[in-house]
Design a protein around this ligand. Structure first.
Ligand SMILES: [Ca+2]
Ligand SMILES: [Ca+2]
Ligand SMILES: [Ca+2]
Length: 155
């Protein structure tokens, strides 16, 4: 009996959280890195259309995970969900507006060059962060909660 319960618990742990095809799980979130290039705003819209947002990077381990996704997919630059559009120099995760608890800007960045307000993760900066022109087109990271796979549990 204990053994059966053990199997059920393992089964639930395995299936309770999952990601849609094309999304990769890390922690409690699912991530998708686009191969097509969009402006920051269009990237955000596309993520929201899929029930997510441009990725919020809240820890070194999450940052490292995204770096691996970029390497695996040959992505050199990708938008993250950070912006200092609302108040110059104050970086928040959009659209919620939460202040950065973790940050990984490259040396000398952000530099607000010609008024840059959008957050990018870049191979050219050893996968650290830079502020960039929100209208430039590049890949982008979507993040959304890993959801309970009810169908998987029942059937
Ligand atoms: Ca996150
Ligand atoms: Ca700025
Ligand atoms: Ca910059």
């Amino acid at each position: 009996m204990t053994r059966v319960i053990g199997y059920i618990v393992l089964f639930l742990l395995h299936t309770a959280f999952s990601c849609s095809p094309g999304w990769t799980q890390f922690g409690n979130s699912c991530y998708h890195v686009s191969t097509e290039h969009e402006s920051w705003m269009d990237g955000m819209r596309m993520c929201q259309m899929h029930g997510g947002y441009l990725a919020h990077v809240e820890s070194q381990s999450e940052d490292d995970f995204l770096k691996q996704l970029m390497k695996q997919n040959g992505i050199d630059e990708a938008w993250l969900g950070g912006s200092d559009w609302t108040m110059e120099g104050t970086w928040v995760w959009e659209p919620d507006g939460h202040m950065f608890l973790y940050s990984n800007f490259a040396q000398g960045r952000p530099n607000n060059y010609q008024g840059e307000n959008c957050l990018s993760k870049e191979h050219g900066h050893s996968y650290k962060w830079d502020d960039d022109d929100c209208d430039s087109h590049r890949s982008y990271f979507c993040e959304k909660p890993a959801v309970g796979n009810v169908n998987g549990i029942i059937g």
